[in-house]
Design a binder for this molecule. Sequence first.
Ligand SMILES: [Zn+2]
Ligand SMILES: [Zn+2]
Length: 312
Amino acid sequence: MDTSQTMVESVVKHKAPFLFLILFFMIQATVLTVFTVPFTWELFWVAVVSYFVRMFGITAAYHRYFSHATFKTSRVFQFVLAYIGSMSMQKGVLWWAAHHRNHHKYSDTDKDIHSPSKKGFWYSHMFWFLRDEYNDFETKLIPDFYKYPELRWLDRNHWIAPLSLAIGLYLVGGWAWLVYGYAVATFFLGHATWTINSLSHVYGSVRYDSRDTSKNNFFLALLTMGEGWHNNHHYYCSSVNQGFYWYEVDMSYYILKLLSLFGIVWDLKKPPVKVLEEGLRRDYEKKQTKKASVVEKKIKQNAPASNAVAAM
Ligand SMILES: [Zn+2]
Ligand SMILES: [Zn+2]
């Protein structure tokens, strides 16, 4: 495991390109413009809406639709989904989905492009995508969507969607909306999304034997509208819902389910019964093991006292 290296060590070790680094940190620093605008609850909600709409664009569109094809939709709504995801400023839809398919193919091996156990926490969190060799993607990884010219156009011009959002916010609410709705919301949106590549492979519980370091993490699932159920997802990535049971909160899935009632999306793929049963069985076994270890601990704690009583 090499997750403990510092941010500076990560940059030095993996030779992140200097110019990209400066540009990246300058963009990150725009969050500090928050100190130029007095806080109001209206601005807070502008940031929250901007965050969650675009988080949906990443989770439901970039991830569950374009990377894993876990549901179907029309060609028009497919473009709408790609546009919303593109507004999050996390590069183009085809680029994102192709690299994500690569992550699943080589998860936590040397070929995994962002494995915290192989390349360190900070590299997996945010430095991997600054490297020159990942500017492009292998089109053969994503032929099912690469065939659409409008998606290729949006992917090539992925700066258009975030710019249109920034301009829109400025026209509606001036500098204050631009700061909260764009700079602040984009900063938190980026880091929350990246936790799925970093924290979700480090902290949380393991239900399935997915042969990698993926974890289930309730807190990250709340922040990322369901993506925190990452161990479930790595074990069975063809499912539209990543929270497999009713108690695993998955906001992206609830919204997709709602859209399916209106016929906007359809053919939502669910995990097979045997996967669900296996999950319940493993949870039960884990609980029993935990109970047994608690009992064993208590017996050990009481042992000296009872031995002493017996000796009297
Ligand atoms: Zn995935
Ligand atoms: Zn992963």
